[in-house]
Design a binder for this molecule. Structure first.
Ligand code: SF4
Length: 365
């Protein structure tokens, strides 16, 4: 209901990463990266299991040496989501990661070597049906491009990405994903602007090195929203310092808040003001606590008074508009019940469960 805006998503080819399809009309994929030492296969597999539980759909592992490339194979056997090998400097590690079951390679054009090496990689990846992400990072642009533009620029990032896409194409390889990341939002958006019309491949997006805590989350969300609302992005990673599970949680919240994917119930609740005559914060928190057990999408409104309450409650699947010590419950825009404050949460939840059951015939409690 309501005036939901559908973003005009950029059309891209579809690339298969293990069992996950990236690009085209497929859902935007939530990706993360392990922070464990890849050589410690136990710790890495454990972290991936936690990430998977949180909703991560593809995970990337740093492969800095041969031991890590071999451990990659051990990890692969213990987990259920596709694994990406992240390779810098040494193309032979990419070959080894492929032998150890990599579902995708991420190479950095700035440091992987010349066309001869890239062509060997392309041949090996093609033989296994494994895509390659050209991952440009502002912090490691090739020296000649850096010098040509006098520093890190959007033009330089775009040129680096396009050069390496063309290099792969010359090798007859088109199973490509492209990513360009910087820690500056305007720079990231400007760089994408320069390539989105020029290539048909899916985009991996992110604001790299976004930082710590709240500031990192806000920066990631602001940058990713800037890209996604322009229709750009087929797989995304939030980069935060700390436990990567937080990256996955934020990525899912972000996609849901933009109405691009739905993972769980959505709660619309008002900030309250001097007009509110019930303890709305308590009511909203209790409703949220109950809804945490539900994995289906339903739009729920919990509103403090008759100013905006009825409008928002009508717009939700199930809504509650409070008045003085009582409230009206709406379902699909119609008032279905009047409830007193002391029974409000219980009756409201009852109606939400009935709504969910009616919508797919399955009980959620
Ligand atoms: Fe205030 Fe009512 Fe708006 Fe809530 S819905 S913020 S109580 S005016």
């Amino acid at each position: 209901m309501g005036g939901d805006i559908i973003y005009n998503r950029r059309k891209s080819r579809v690339v298969r990463v293990g069992g996950v399809l990236v690009g085209g009309d497929n859902p935007i994929v939530v990706e993360s990266m392990t922070s464990t030492d890849t050589r410690d296969a136990n710790a890495t597999a454990e972290q991936i299991k936690r990430l998977t539980q949180a909703g991560c759909e593809i995970v990337r592992l740093a492969v800095p040496d041969e031991a890590a490339a071999r451990a990659f194979g051990d990890v692969k056997k213990r987990i259920s989501i596709p694994l990406i090998a992240d390779i810098h400097f040494d193309y032979k590690l990419a070959l080894l990661a492929l032998e150890n079951g990599a579902d995708k390679l991420r190479i950095n054009p700035g440091n992987i070597g010349g066309e001869g090496r890239v062509s060997q990689l392309a041949a090996a990846a093609k033989g296994r049906g494994v895509p390659i992400r050209v991952g440009v990072n502002a912090g490691s642009l090739e020296r000649d491009i850096f010098n040509k533009y006098g520093g890190i620029t959007a033009k330089g990032m775009a040129e680096s990405a396009l050069n390496h896409v063309q290099m792969l194409e010359r090798c007859g390889f088109e199973d490509i994903v492209v990513g360009m990341k910087a820690n500056s939002i305007p720079l990231t958006i400007a760089a994408h602007q320069l390539i989105v019309e020029k290539i048909p491949y899916p985009l991996h997006i992110g604001i790299t090195e976004a930082g710590l805590g709240l500031a990192g989350m806000v920066k990631s969300a602001a940058g990713l929203a800037g890209l996604l609302t322009r229709g750009w992005g087929d797989t995304l990673r939030v980069s935060l310092t700390g436990d990567p599970v937080a990256e996955v949680t934020l990525a899912r919240e972000l996609l849901q808040s933009l109405n691009l994917r739905h993972f769980k119930p959505e709660i619309v609740s008002c900030p309250t003001c001097g007009r509110c005559r019930v303890d709305l914060e308590k009511i909203a928190n209790e409703v949220e606590k109950h809804l945490q057990k539900i994995e289906k999408y339903v739009k729920v409104a919990v509103m403090g008074c008759e100013v905006n309450g009825p409008g928002e409650a009508r717009d939700a699947d199930v809504g509650l508009a409070c008045g003085s010590g009582a409230g009206l419950i709406f379902r699909n825009g119609e008032v279905i019940r009047k409830v007193s404050e002391d029974e409000m949460v219980a009756k409201f939840m009852e109606e939400i469960y009935i709504f969910l059951e009616d919508s797919d015939g399955k009980s959620v409690v």
